[in-house]
Design a protein around this ligand. Structure first.
Ligand SMILES: *Cc1c(COP(=O)(O)O)cnc(C)c1O
Length: 355
């Protein structure tokens, strides 16, 4: 058990008004969790303090070589007032996988979960209750040694901040238009594509700007070697329904292993649908579109849960999916997962953890 010191804010902020739509990641709650690491003491000085700026040396290593990891999960308020987390163990396991990959000391799993629970509990009143809303939880670690040489830092700061977020699609599920990027790449096998780090995102910005300029909301990445096989979309994994089978790229080392991805695979299998994790070439998707067997395309991730794809643009080819509408399984998966998250649908997989 962590001994977490709690310093409550003397000046609580106003809660966001229930009728104002919340923008993603713009408002933060009253408190945050902080814990420091040094070689002599390990992780120490766990505390929950008022949300506030932090002070770092300009030479802090995170600013120069990007030794940073993050996670993202959500807390939900049920109709009977319970606070629920969705598969936090998976996020914590993945966090330590990321830590190992980028030479950050691991955080004991039970301490990590305790930290999430305690800070969420303290700011529970910030969890919005309108349909589709939730409290986004952002744990992250930064390297803090004041040093310009390249090596893993000897000191770190682990923090958890909380942000009430609105429905990703306020008017219900809304199909997105996706740009298939065949020039820039996000990640390569052997790199850090399967770790949740800011560095992967900075590599993605240029193509995202390009896609936006062309009127597309997200980028679909192809493999970094041949630019031939589908990898993932922005901050989401990608699924296709081809001729009755659910197909998603196999985790080859350059794809982020999403918690939502894993949940979708489990649910589809439990419904008796054939599920294949394998390499999928963009040529195969194009052919399936041509011969009418590309039945659904959707992205999966914590922020939107399920994001139906209505259109794919590959070089000069535009592939419309479901006539730009929402597929049957996209809707069913969205309804089921959000139902489990809100405690409205039976949790047969033991995915829910009460705070
Ligand atoms: C976080 C993330 C995802 C989705 O993972 P979830 O655990 O489902 O939220 C997918 N791709 C990338 C690159 C990510 O950073």
């Amino acid at each position: 058990m962590l001994d977490i010191r709690v310093e409550k804010t003397a000046t609580p902020k106003d809660l966001p008004k229930a009728d104002n739509p919340l923008k993603f990641g713009t408002i933060f709650t009253d408190h945050m969790f902080v814990m420091d690491y040094d070689i002599e003491n390990g992780w120490q000085d766990a505390r929950i303090i008022p949300y506030q700026p932090i002070s770092l040396e300009p030479s802090a290593m995170v600013f120069h070589y990007g030794q940073e990891m993050f996670e993202g999960l959500k807390a939900y308020k049920t109709e009977d007032g319970k606070t629920l987390l969705f598969r936090p163990d998976k996020n914590i396991e993945r966090a330590n996988k990321t830590n190992r990959r980028i030479c950050i000391p691991e955080i004991p799993e039970e301490d990590f979960l305790q930290a999430i629970k305690e800070v969420v509990k303290l700011d529970e009143s910030w969890i919005p209750t309108k349909p589709g809303t939730s409290l986004y939880i952002r744990p992250f670690v930064i390297a803090t040694d004041p040093f310009l040489g390249v090596r893993p830092s000897d000191t770190y700061k682990f923090m958890i901040i909380l942000s009430p977020v609105g429905a990703y699609y306020p008017e219900g599920l809304n199909p997105v238009k996706i740009w298939i990027e065949d020039d820039y790449v996000r990640a390569v096998k052997g790199g850090i594509g399967d770790a949740k780090t800011g560095a992967n995102y900075v590599a993605s910005l240029k193509a995202q700007v390009k896609a936006h300029d062309e009127g597309y909301s997200q980028v679909l990445w192809l493999d970094g070697v041949e630019r031939k096989y589908v990898e993932e979309v922005g901050a989401m994994n990608i699924f296709f329904k081809i001729n009755g089978t659910i197909v998603t790229p196999v985790l080859t080392g350059s794809i982020l292993p999403g918690v939502t991805r894993d949940s979708v695979i489990n649910l589809c299998k439990s419904w008796g649908l054939p599920v294949e994790e394998r390499r999928i070439s963009i040529q195969e998707i194009h052919e399936a579109h041509q011969n009418g067997t590309l039945e659904e395309v959707f992205g999966t991730g914590t922020a939107a849960v399920i994001s139906p794809v209505g259109q794919l643009r590959w070089e000069d080819t535009i592939m419309k999916v479901k006539d730009g509408g929402i597929g049957e399984y996209s809707q069913k998966l969205y309804d089921t997962i959000t139902g489990i998250q809100l405690g409205k649908i039976e949790d047969n997989f033991q995915w829910i953890v009460e705070v």
